[in-house]
Design a protein around this ligand. Structure first.
Ligand code: HEC
Length: 276
């Protein structure tokens, strides 16, 4: 909530009390504008425009209900309205309103349909540098030298490896599919609500060029764990360490590679460090 806007709105309403001879129409307009300003600028983070529109519509109805609840107020407004539409001296303003209203609507429609093409949302291809090590559930994981602890099973015990991949599949379809998509192409149901959009794991610029430790880091720490210099945008990637076990996170990493057919980038054995 934006306190300054709220104070300005309240001050405006108080100030209305001191306007001499203000009538019910003035009050209604005052309240309508005050509520509109508050909904439009006073709420932080801002409400979606469709919700704003809904509130404004409800507010308009409420003010009309208030008006019609008092018959003298209602009569007064009705008289004004009849006078405005029938008296000769109002002919010109009346004509102006009759012409202006459809024009405004037409203008609005015109602007809505002629909006220029906006560039498609695209995912990020530059990978921020990971920390050297991270803490997950009290364990320290060395991102430079540690590998996926279950990767070795691929050759040593394929059946056990398969179980880890299967568990990864479950984890993926329970948690990640909504954003990263059925085919891991970054086009899940919610994907286009986000900027940047979720990573497309099929694309050669994501997991194919990264080590598993890096993937584990991104899964465990998510958008909140990114270094600040690499976040000019807000990543919606959740920090999964709060919801998944360490094993689940390693398993889903295996599954990402298994499903896409990519291989993780090999570790460079030169004593570690700075190879991202
Ligand atoms: C709410 C949507 C959302 C969900 C759910 C989600 N992600 Fe993400 N993910 C994103 C977004 C957005 C990005 C791209 C921005 C970024 O890198 O932080 C991303 C990026 C990633 C990356 C980084 C890839 C790269 O190339 O740097 C990995 C790895 C990842 N997600 C794995 C997962 C896994 C595994 C799950 C499920 C356990 C998951 N995500 C669930 C939104 C989501």
């Amino acid at each position: 909530m934006n306190i300054i806007i709220l104070l300005v709105v309240c001050a405006g309403l108080v100030a209305l009390r001191f306007v001499p001879k203000i009538n019910i129409l003035g009050w209604l307009a005052g309240w309508w504008i005050a509520a509109f300003v508050f909904l439009r600028w006073g709420i932080d983070p801002p409400l979606p425009t469709s919700i704003q529109g809904m509130f404004v519509a409800i507010l308009t109805l409420a003010l009309l209900a208030y008006l019609s609840a008092d018959s003298s107020h209602f009569r007064f407004v009705l008289d004004r309205f009849v006078a405005f539409t029938t008296r000769k001296k109002y002919t010109i303003p009346l004509l102006a309103v009759i012409v202006l209203l459809p024009c405004l609507v037409a203008l609005r429609v015109y602007f809505d349909v002629t909006q220029g093409p906006s560039p498609p949302l695209s995912s990020r291809t530059i990978h921020p540098p990971p920390p050297v090590s991270i803490e997950v559930a009290g364990n320290t994981i060395d991102l430079v030298n540690d590998d996926n602890p279950y990767r070795a099973l691929e050759t040593e015990d394929p059946a056990a490896f398969e179980e880890h991949v299967e568990n990864g599949r479950r984890v993926y379809y329970e948690n990640c599919v909504y954003c990263h998509g059925d085919d891991m192409a970054g086009d899940g149901l919610f994907a286009h609500g986000f900027d940047p959009i979720p990573a497309n794991f099929q694309d050669a610029t994501t997991i194919a060029m990264l080590q598993e430790g890096y993937i584990f880091w991104r899964i465990a720490k998510g958008g909140p764990g990114l270094p600040s210099e690499s976040t000019p945008w807000l990543s919606a990637m959740p920090a999964w360490e709060d919801f998944l076990s360490e094993e689940d996170m390693w398993d889903v990493t295996l599954f990402l590679y298994d499903f896409t057919g990519h291989r993780p980038r090999a570790r460079e054995d030169h004593g570690g460090g700075g190879d991202h």
